[in-house]
Write a protein that binds this ligand. Structure first.
Ligand code: RB5
Length: 148
C-alpha cells in the first residue's frame, strides 16, 4: 500500500510522528509537505494529497491540520476523495468499513501521538464492507457528479 501524506504547520509535528510510525510498519509513503513548521495554507496540501490519491498513484492519503476540519472540507472537494476526520479508534474502523474513506484526516492539535498511531494502524488494516453500504456510496457519487 502506498500512502500520500500532507499537513499544514499545525499538523507538521504529528506528520513527523506518523512518518516514523509508517516506516516502522513498513508502509510505503511520500511526504507531500510541508517540510518545516512555517505557516502554510492547508488547502494547498489537501489538493496535492487528494490529487495524488485520485490519480491512482497512491492507494490512500493522510492529512493533518490543527482541527482536521479545514483539511476535511478541502479534500472532500476533490473528485473521488472520501476524507474522514477521525479522532478515535471507533471511527477509524467504521470510516473504512461503512464509508470506504480513502483519506484519513487527523486533528494535530487535539490528539496525542500514541492515539494517532493507533488510529492510523486501524484505518490502514480495515477494509470496506460493501454490501448495503454500496447504494449509499453510489448516492454520494451521484451528488458529486451533479455538482461538477
Ligand atoms: C491553522 O492555524 C489552522 O487553522 C488549521 O490548521 C486548521 O485547523 C484549519 O482547519
Amino acid at each position: 500500500m502506498k500512502i500520500a501524506l500532507g499537513s499544514d504547520h499545525a499538523g507538521w509535528e504529528l506528520k513527523e510522528e506518523i512518518k516514523k510510525f509508517l516506516s516502522l510498519q513498513k508502509v510505503e509513503y511520500k511526504d507531500f509537505g510541508p517540510y518545516n513548521e512555517e505557516s502554510v495554507d492547508y488547502p494547498d496540501y489537501a489538493e496535492k494529497v487528494g490529487e495524488a490519491v485520485n490519480s491512482g498513484k497512491y492507494d490512500r492519503g493522510i492529512l493533518i491540520c490543527g482541527t482536521g476540519i479545514g483539511m476535511s472540507i478541502a479534500a472532500n472537494k476533490i473528485k473521488g476523495i472520501y476524507a474522514a476526520l477521525v479522532d478515535n479508534t471507533y471511527t477509524a474502523l467504521y470510516s473504512r468499513k461503512h464509508n470506504n474513506s480513502n483519506v484519513l484526516v487527523l486533528p494535530g492539535r487535539l490528539i496525542g501521538k500514541a492515539l494517532a498511531d493507533e488510529i492510523v494502524r486501524i484505518w490502514l488494516a480495515s477494509e470496506y464492507e460493501g454490501s448495503r453500504h454500496e447504494k449509499r456510496i453510489a448516492k454520494i457519487k451521484t451528488i458529486e457528479d451533479k455538482n461538477i
